[in-house]
Design a protein around this ligand. Structure first.
Ligand SMILES: Cc1cc2nc3c(=O)[nH]c(=O)nc-3n(C[C@H](O)[C@H](O)[C@H](O)COP(=O)(O)O)c2cc1C
Length: 174
């Protein structure tokens, strides 16, 4: 199996992180991988806000308490970097564009030994009035929706086993 295939099949969502921050170079390469995702009509309709300021993340979590499934726990699992991924609502396919960028970032991170996971509540939070101060702090352009967030950090502990993949989701018609 080639290295790209190994990287794709080996990637797992990681939910346990070391406190140590990833390097600037690693973050830069991961963001670059996001920018090189395909996008509808090459609109590159995304906006990535990478946050490494824990006090800003904590304050956002406080403001977003009502959007969390299990209040009191950290939905970002203590990851030292969170990339909030937005898409231009006026673009042809902002959610698809942003989602492809997210997967590119996951795979780039995995290839560098960096763990990642999609964290979803941010989509709901950034539609609420309580998110306005954070839209300003993150300098989100007008008319953008939050598609999801990418948490990043060095993996703490064991890499989880791959969950079994469902049968019946593929058919080859010849
Ligand atoms: C759209 C989307 C939303 C997700 N939201 C969350 C989330 O909010 N929190 C979380 O811990 N994992 C989240 N995940 C990660 C999935 O649980 C994970 O991808 C799935 O269980 C398969 O595991 P794997 O990524 O290790 O293959 C999300 C994944 C996707 C694609």
């Amino acid at each position: 199996m080639n290295e790209v295939m190994k990287n794709i099949l080996g990637r797992r969502s990681i939910r346990s992180f070391q406190k140590r921050q990833i390097t600037e170079e690693e973050l830069g390469e991961i963001l670059e991988a996001g920018k090189y995702a395909p996008s509808a009509m090459n609109q590159q309709s995304w906006y990535f806000a990478a946050v490494q300021d824990r006090s800003l993340i904590d304050s956002l979590l406080e403001s977003a308490a009502e959007f969390l499934r299990t209040p009191g726990t950290d939905p970002f699992y203590g990851a030292p970097t969170v990339i909030f991924v937005f898409g231009d609502k006026s673009a042809i396919a902002p959610v698809s564009d942003a989602s492809l960028a997210i997967e590119n970032m996951f795979l780039a991170a995995w290839s560098m030994g960096i763990g990642s996971c999609w964290v979803n509540f941010v989509g709901r939070f950034f539609e609420s009035p309580a998110s306005q101060p954070y839209r300003e702090k993150l300098k989100v352009p007008e008319g953008y929706q939050c598609v999801g967030s990418v948490i990043l950090g060095y993996i703490d502990g064991e890499i989880p086993e791959a969950k079994p993949r469902r049968d019946g989701t593929v058919r080859i018609i010849r």
